[in-house]
Design a protein around this ligand. Structure first.
Ligand SMILES: Nc1ncnc2c1ncn2[C@@H]1O[C@H](COP(=O)(O)OP(=O)(O)OP(=O)(O)O)[C@@H](O)[C@H]1O
Length: 230
C-alpha cells in the first residue's frame, strides 16, 4: 500500500564530492521537492552533475552530505539492506540501454523485479506483467524472446518492467537517448500517458529538449547546482 504523503522525494542541502585524486565538488547545496503525480525532467550540460544526482536519489550512492527523504521518510543513513529493499519496492528504473535479458521472454523480463521483491505469487505477477505490457501495446509480443524485438519495442518493455511493482517513483537516465525520433516520441507519449492516466510520479534525466519541454516541471542544473526548477 502506497503512503499518501504529498511530497514523494525531497533533498535538503545535498553536496557531493569526489576524491580522485583531488577533491572536486560536483553537487552543491541541492534542495528540492517532488510531489506525487509530477512528471519532472532534469536537464543541464554534460558534466553538470545529473547522473551523480540521480545515483544519490536512487539510493545507490550513500556517500553524500545533506539529507534525502522518500515518501516522508528520512532515508539518509539507512543500511544498504534496507535501501535495497526500499529500491525494489518503491523505485522503477529506466536506463538509456534497456538491459533486457535476451534469453528470457518479454513476459519474464517484465516479471523479474517482481520475483525479486517476492510480494506476489508467480501467477499474480504474470497477470500484472501482462497488464503492464498492454499499456505499452506489447501484449502480443509477451512470449517472444527479448532479442526478437526492435530497439523501440525493447525500451517499451523496459518501462513496463519498471512498473511491475507499482513503484512510488519512476527514475530514468536518458530513456530516449538511444532511440530515433519516431521511437523517442512513442516512449515520450507513453510517459505522458503514465502521468495523466495513472498519476505516476516520474523523474527523468534527459538531453532531449523536446522531451523536457513536455514534462510538468524541469530541474535545470549548472555546475552542480539547481539553477532553476519550475
Ligand atoms: N567517479 C567519479 N570520480 C570523479 N569525478 C567524477 C566521477 N563521476 C563523475 N565525476 C565528475 O562529476 C561531474 C558530474 O558528472 P555527471 O556524470 O553527474 O554529469 P552529467 O550531467 O550526468 O553528464 P552527462 O550529461 O554527460 O551524462 C563531472 O565533472 C564528472 O567528471
Amino acid at each position: 500500500m502506497k503512503d499518501q504523503s504529498k511530497v514523494v522525494l525531497e533533498t535538503k542541502n545535498v553536496d557531493k564530492f569526489f576524491y580522485n585524486p583531488t577533491e572536486t565538488q560536483v553537487l552543491r547545496n541541492v534542495s528540492f521537492q517532488i510531489n506525487r503525480g509530477e512528471f519532472v525532467s532534469v536537464v543541464g550540460k554534460s558534466g553538470c552533475g545529473k547522473s551523480t544526482l540521480l545515483y544519490i536519489l536512487s539510493t545507490m550512492d550513500t556517500d553524500y552530505k545533506g539529507e534525502l527523504f522518500m515518501d516522508g521518510e528520512r532515508i539518509s543513513g539507512k543500511s544498504s539492506n534496507y535501501l535495497s529493499q526500499l529500491r525494489n519496492e518503491k523505485i522503477g528504473f529506466v536506463f538509456q540501454f534497456h538491459y533486457l535479458l535476451n534469453e528470457f521472454s518479454v513476459l519474464e523480463n517484465v516479471m523479474i523485479p517482481g520475483l525479486k521483491l517476492g510480494k506476489y505469487s508467480r501467477d499474480q505477477l504474470e497477470h500484472q506483467a501482462m497488464e503492464k505490457l498492454r499499456i505499452f501495446d506489447m501484449q502480443d509480443h509477451a512470449r517472444k524472446k527479448a532479442n526478437q524485438l526492435s530497439g523501440g519495442q525493447k525500451q517499451r518493455v523496459a518501462i513496463a518492467r519498471a512498473l511491475i511493482n507499482d513503484p512510488l517513483l519512476i527514475m530514468g537516465d536518458e530513456p530516449t537517448g538511444n532511440l530515433d525520433k519516431k521511437n523517442s516520441d512513442i516512449v515520450y507519449n507513453k510517459f505522458r500517458e503514465l502521468a495523466k492516466d495513472f498519476g505516476q510520479t516520474m523523474l527523468i534525466v534527459t538531453h532531449d529538449a523536446e522531451f523536457a519541454a513536455g514534462t510538468d516541471r524541469t530541474i535545470e542544473m549548472e555546475d552542480g547546482r539547481v539553477v532553476n526548477f519550475k
